[in-house]
Design a protein around this ligand. Structure first.
Ligand code: ADP
Length: 441
């Protein structure tokens, strides 16, 4: 800018000097100013033309300060163009990567409207480009399990549905929330995995089924042998050991069959069972059995149940789950310890809590307790006749009743296993007046 001022001063001084020499200083000053202005206007027109024409990458030459300005604008333009090209290339590479992925990806808005999808998603879900962009995903993928999943809001795990385009194929769909309440739907073909899983399930179910008869026969003969006085006297110890082990095998086979049945129902995604279950009465029976099991170990077992609070579900399955929790409390609590069974409802739903003053569980084991055959102390579990399958059964039964298991425990102080059932499962039972009391004991 300073150079421009010098230039102006130079031109005006030269005009003034010449004017003085010629005796017409004002005229020459006026002519010089006019010329100066003209040059600027001419440069301005060139700059305007160059800016308007986006193809004109190289700036034309211009006069004075305009040359500097053109050079500056040119440099800014060039660097922003470079950035644009780099971003374009990056976007293209991302698109190619998304297209090359075997898993499909669908970008959704919070209300489920489709913004973009990859080729794999189109193939797996039968989406069409560009017609389906802008449509709601629930109008295109209508399987009830997916609709429930989408509207349920718990997307920590994927949901599995049959493929809408290929018979026999299965897809796993998972929603991921990112950015400004955007959603990404990942679609994966899990047909092979589902087949392997079904094979494993069938194998376990078949083996358990086949083992059941021989084990029952063995138990029958053992009983007969024990009834024979001579035999029972001579072979007392081996007979008792054989009986113990065979009974254990019987229990494992029964538990495995129960698990296989629960898993088959789950895999078929049949809605959970829906008979009315009188939970207070069921708990009263379970607690009576637990007292009998405790026998000489003299645990103090109490039941505090909200009368008339029932559940919609399967009585058999719930009985099995609750029995497992109460029996565990007895098995893992030293003689004379206290066990409390509570059943109540609040705004969140219905809850069953089984608390004991037993040996407790270290926190690192808690997340793994519901795995099959997972035991904190294998020898101890065996000694108490445990199969290691009890809590796995509890988990599956609860899943079929839309309930969750919550475990709190402190080593040496005791544990609380709590099952939380949704309010929708609650049924209010007409209170009986036959004096039957499912409650405190
Ligand atoms: P198990 O037949 O061995 O009892 P479960 O699946 O019922 O199998 O339980 C798994 C493991 O969890 C048990 O082996 C035990 O280590 C632990 N466990 C379960 N319930 C309790 C409890 N009330 N107190 C302490 N440990 C428990």
């Amino acid at each position: 800018m300073a150079a421009e001022l010098w230039r102006l001063a130079g031109v005006l001084s030269a005009a003034l000097l010449l004017g003085l020499l010629l005796g017409r200083p004002l005229l020459l000053l006026w002519l010089a100013t006019l010329g100066y202005l003209g040059l600027h206007l001419w440069s301005l027109a060139r700059v305007r033309r160059w800016l308007a024409d986006s193809r004109g990458i190289y700036p034309p030459g211009a006069w004075g300060v305009w040359d500097e300005i053109l050079d500056l604008v040119y440099r800014i333009r060039r660097s922003s163009l470079g950035r644009k090209r780099r971003l374009g290339r990056l976007l293209e590479r991302f698109r190619e990567a998304a297209a090359a992925m075997p898993d499909g990806a669908v970008v959704l808005r919070a209300d489920g409207e489709i913004e973009w999808f990859s080729d794999a998603a189109a193939r797996l879900l039968g989406l069409r480009a560009p017609q389906d962009v802008g449509r709601r995903i629930l109008n295109l993928v209508r399987h009830p399990a997916f609709v429930r999943y989408f509207e349920g809001g718990d997307w920590s795990e994927p949901v599995e549905i049959p493929s809408p385009v290929r018979d026999g194929a299965r897809l796993a769909l998972q929603l991921i929330v990112y950015g400004d309440d955007q959603r990404l739907l990942i679609v994966r073909d899990v047909t092979r995995l589902a087949r392997l899983e079904a094979m494993r399930r069938d194998f376990v179910a078949n083996v358990s089924h086949e083992l059941r008869t021989p084990v029952t026969v063995l138990l029958g003969y053992l009983e007969a042998l024990e009834e024979d006085a001579e035999c029972a006297r001579r072979w007392a110890r081996p007979l008792s050991l054989m009986r113990e082990q065979t009974t254990r095998m019987h229990r494992i086979v029964d538990d495995l069959l129960m698990l296989a049945r629960l898993e088959t129902e789950e895999a078929a995604q049949r809605p959970g069972p829906g008979e009315e279950v009188d939970v207070p009465a069921l708990l009263a029976r379970i607690v009576a059995e637990a007292r009998a099991l405790s026998g000489p170990r003299r645990h103090r077992i109490s039941l505090d149940a909200e009368q008339g609070l029932g559940l919609r579900g399967s009585e058999g399955e719930l009985a099995s789950a609750f029995t497992n929790l109460v029996v565990n409390a007895v098995q893992y609590t030293p003689d004379g310890g206290e066990i409390r069974v509570r059943w109540w409802s609040d705004a969140d739903g219905a809850h069953l809590a089984v608390s004991d003053t037993g040996i407790g569980i270290a926190s690192e084991h808690i997340p793994r307790l519901t795995e099959r055959f997972y035991r904190v102390d294998v020898a101890r579990s065996r000694a108490t006749g445990g199969t290691g399958l009890g809590l796995a059964i509890v988990k599956h039964v609860l899943a079929r009743h839309e309930a969750r298991l919550h475990i709190e425990s402190a080593v040496g102080r005791g544990s609380t296993f709590r099952c939380d059932f949704p309010a929708a499962r609650i049924v209010r039972l007409a209170l009986r007046r036959d004096g039957r009391e499912g409650g405190s004991g």
